[in-house]
Design a protein around this ligand. Structure first.
Ligand SMILES: [Zn+2]
Length: 165
């Protein structure tokens, strides 16, 4: 008798994110040690992008985040919906910026691209696939509501929706 495989949503998400990253992201690509981004100054040191004041001797390039910002091709999108938004826009914007700053301090390629209002919703776009989930969970912790993550579609972008009436 075959034992059915039970996949937890979290495991599914992690697998999806790993696959997505290797398909669409160049962050693990073959950058030479000490490569710097000419646009933002992030440096590729010890196998990852970091912020550093130390002078680097590697070649210059444009990092994945700056490339996405230039081309306006976000990797992640979080849509905020519901009546709750209207009265709490300032604090919600503050939360979004705080989460983005905290994420970006450790991960230079994970950045906010934009926050635009569209039909009463707020649409947050990011250069990476992790920030929408991070901000979505922070919204849940602060204001409850419901977070839905869409990792099913074989798209070039990770989508999430947070909703509170
Ligand atoms: Zn850059």
């Amino acid at each position: 008798m075959k034992t059915p495989t039970i996949t937890s949503p979290a495991a599914h998400q992690d697998r999806f994110l790993r696959a997505f990253e290797s398909n669409t992201d160049r962050r693990h690509a073959k950058w030479a040690e000490g490569t710097t981004c000419a646009a933002c100054g992030a440096a590729f040191v010890g196998g990852r992008w970091i912020w550093t004041e130390a002078p680097q001797t590697g070649p210059q390039t444009t990092c994945d985040a700056c490339t996405r910002i230039e081309a306006n091709t976000p990797a992640g999108e979080l849509r905020l919906e519901g009546a709750f938004l209207a009265d709490h826009q300032d604090e919600i914007m503050g939360l979004i910026r705080n989460e983005a700053d905290a994420e970006g301090a450790d991960h230079p390629l994970n950045r906010l691209m934009g926050v635009v209002e569209a039909d009463g919703a707020l649409v947050v776009t990011t250069t990476d696939i992790h920030l929408p989930r991070r901000i979505g969970h922070a919204l849940e912790r602060a204001y409850q509501g419901e977070l839905a993550l869409d990792y099913q579609a074989a798209e070039e972008i990770v989508r999430a929706v947070w909703h509170r009436d």
